[in-house]
Design a protein around this ligand. Structure first.
Ligand code: AHR
Length: 489
């Protein structure tokens, strides 16, 4: 059967917010200590930042990074992590049951972000923390008046305000595992009061409130509704979290997860829209999927917590999630892959070096090549069935256009484990105008992984395709992710 992708350069779907290529760093396992920060290592600079990690992360061009948690933040005191290191207290971290040294904190994280040319996104403790602490943290970071908190920041070596723009209120408050779990009504009240005083500390900030992470709880509609009704004019984003895996060890079922992403994003878009219209909410409220990834739960515990090693099929599922965010560009205005180093991460370290996980490669291609306009494309052709789903298209496709309309980029996942997928790409108007650069992420088989001894089993390869006219035919490799960068006129 023939597969066709129909592209109309004059049919935009929306503007892509580059914040969908964000990251997340938590005090968990070896993300911070031994990942981002390893003082004394020959691979680190004088401030303790691992230079090889910085170099790898620079390739991902993340526009923002969320910090310091995650579950960790629900028991975190930001004051413990600022000031002279020798005076910082070690504390029991009740989220992950380890000792937190607090040697890395707010200012170190912001320095790290500046080195990466990325925006810090801080999450305040709405677990066992209070709104006074939250608003003090905003003032410590962003204040410019001669207050005690601003002087404290200056004594710590930071004369100018950090101007932290993005602030989250709490983490996964709908999960019973969270320090300070909250009912829908409790969290709606908490957010209203926290957001109010945090905005009084700095009216310019953008606020992210928790939407859903616990998709099995039967109250997520109520949660979203109450939150929007009460705090809709104070917040800018509602956050969703999800982690997926191939627990059935069935490739087709795994590849059909695109339907789940679609369901969740569409459901939440509808909810936001309904309450916004009914309550006449004036602020545009976006979705922030501020934790997402593949997480093999059997790799939860071990030498490093959540030190998952990814394979090729996981990389395809990462690409599918990014395609889902692009397809929902009108509403998904932020997304943060969880996490950035060692813990559920594209970059993996040892004291001697790093390797790039399979999921690094699709993320890099999306983040560096996606254009600012998402196109409303159509495609048809072969389908597959898996579990409760049938008629799932073999290809998973999105397309973007550059600002000057000269560069079309197609992001295509071939979800066949065994077959090449011959495909015709048709332009409704205009023509292909010169050499197309193809970038393909693939490996020997769907279970191929990278590691210190075989660092590039799965990686990106490139080739050129000559094209002219309004159509192009090519075959996508089995179990592959392909990006076509097409000059168009
Ligand atoms: O990213 C790992 C953990 O997953 C985070 O701490 C938590 O928010 C989520 O459950």
């Amino acid at each position: 059967m023939h597969n066709r992708i129909f592209v109309n350069l004059d049919r935009p779907l929306g503007n892509l917010d580059r914040n969908v290529f964000g990251g997340f760093a938590e005090h968990l396992g070896r993300c911070v200590y031994g990942g981002i920060y390893e003082p004394g290592s020959p691979l680190s600079d004088a401030s303790g930042l691992r230079l090889d990690v910085l170099d790898a992360l620079r390739r991902l061009k993340m526009p923002l990074i969320r910090y310091p948690g995650g579950n960790f933040v629900s028991g975190y005191r930001w004051q413990d992590g600022v000031g002279p290191r020798a005076e910082r207290p070690a504390r029991t971290d009740m989220a992950w049951h380890v000792v937190e040294s607090n040697q890395f904190g707010t200012n170190e994280f912001i320095d790290f972000c500046r080195r990466l040319d990325t925006e810090p996104y801080l999450v305040v403790n709405a677990g066992d923390g209070d709104m006074r602490e939250a608003r003090d943290w905003v003032e410590y970071c962003n204040g410019a008046q001669p207050t005690a908190l601003v002087r404290l920041r200056q004594q710590h070596g930071y004369e100018a305000p950090h101007r932290v723009k993005y602030w989250g209120i709490g983490n996964e408050v709908d999960g019973p595992w969270q320090i300070g779990f909250k009912t829908p009504q409790e969290y709606a009240r908490t957010t209203t009061e926290f957001a109010k005083v945090m905005r009084w500390a700095d009216p310019e900030i953008k606020i992210v409130a928790n939407g859903v992470c616990n998709w099995d709880a039967a109250d997520f509609v109520e949660r979203g509704q109450l939150l929007l009704e009460q705090a809709g004019n104070l917040i800018d984003y509602l956050a969703l979290h999800w982690y997926v895996d191939n627990s059935a060890n069935d490739f087709a079922t795994y590849m059909a997860l695109s339907e789940l992403f679609e369901d969740r994003l569409s459901a939440y878009e509808g909810l936001i829209r309904a309450v916004t219209v009914e309550r006449k909410i004036r602020r545009p409220i976006g979705i922030a999927v501020d934790e997402w990834n593949v997480w093999h739960l059997d790799q939860l515990h071990g030498a490093g917590e959540a030190a998952v090693i990814y394979n090729l099929e996981d990389a395809l599922v990462v690409a599918m999630q990014l395609n889902a965010f692009i397809r929902h560009a009108r509403t998904v205005r932020m997304a943060n892959i969880a996490q950035i180093v060692n813990v559920l991460a594209p970059v993996f370290t040892s004291p001697q070096g790093i390797f790039l996980q399979t999921i690094f490669y699709p993320f890099e291609l999306f983040s560096t090549l996606a254009g600012p306009t998402v196109l409303d494309i159509a495609w048809d052709g072969e389908t597959f069935a898996a579990g409760e789903h049938s008629g799932v298209r073999r290809l998973d496709v999105t397309a973007t256009l550059s600002a000057d309309r000269r560069q079309l980029v197609l992001f295509v996942i071939n979800r066949s484990e065994v077959a090449e997928t011959a495909t015709q790409i048709l332009l409704a108007e205009g023509r292909f105008d010169g050499t197309i650069k193809a970038h393909v992420v693939n490996g020997p088989d769907i279970k191929s992984r990278n590691g210190f001894t075989q660092p590039e089993q799965v990686a990106t390869r490139g080739f050129d395709v000559k094209a002219g006219g309004s159509s192009l035919t090519l075959a996508f490799e089995p179990h592959s992710f392909t990006v076509l960068v097409c000059p168009v006129a």
